[in-house]
Design a protein around this ligand. Sequence first.
Ligand code: PRP
Length: 216
Amino acid sequence: MKYITIALAKGRLAKKALEMLEQVGITCEEMKDPNSRKLIFTNEELKLRFFLAKANDVPTYVEYGAADIGVVGKDTILEEGRKMYEVLDLNLGKCRMCVAGPASAKELLHHGELIRVATKYPNIAKDYFYNKKHQTVEIIKLNGSIELAPIVGLAEVIVDIVETGSTLRENGLEVLEEICPLSARVVVNQVSMKMEHERITKMINDLREVLNNLIY
Ligand code: PRP
């Protein structure tokens, strides 16, 4: 039997995703050791391998087949635009991709003005402004603390993730437009889906059942 390799996005999602996988018998004891510096973990019995990667790299591993399955946020999936199947919404890490800024910036969004948009997600921002709103904007790529941009005058608005909304509130900003809902998704390499169809669909169906039991 071939190994099936699962890539998990490092960070907030990984722990919850592992707990969910554990509920369907996909476990990896080795991975729980917080002191380990190992990068890849194996469950010999189930012929599974797991690794943690930077969220943005998960779609890359999955598209190239270095991982058969990935668990990653919808934000990263949209931003990276990789070829792969998105097969399941895990309902974890629910939040929203939004256009945000000071209340005074609202009218700039209605009159199609040339504004500056700061974001960690330039592709999502481009798609939203160019293809959906047909508004020409200047996109400025940042790598974190995006909320700073409108405060210090780098941009009129931002495109960023809003979860509780407290970062915006505490900085005098608000949601101006909602782009899309986000949550963690399971993605699958297109070739793996054919070659390991039985094992992969069983995993997905088992996970779906756990999710259904959680919801109802
Ligand atoms: C994310 C996001 C917002 C914040 C939203 O940032 O970019 O800044 O969380 O959460 P809230 O609505 O619950 O306040 P993250 O903490 O990942 O760090 P970053 O600013 O470095 O991207």
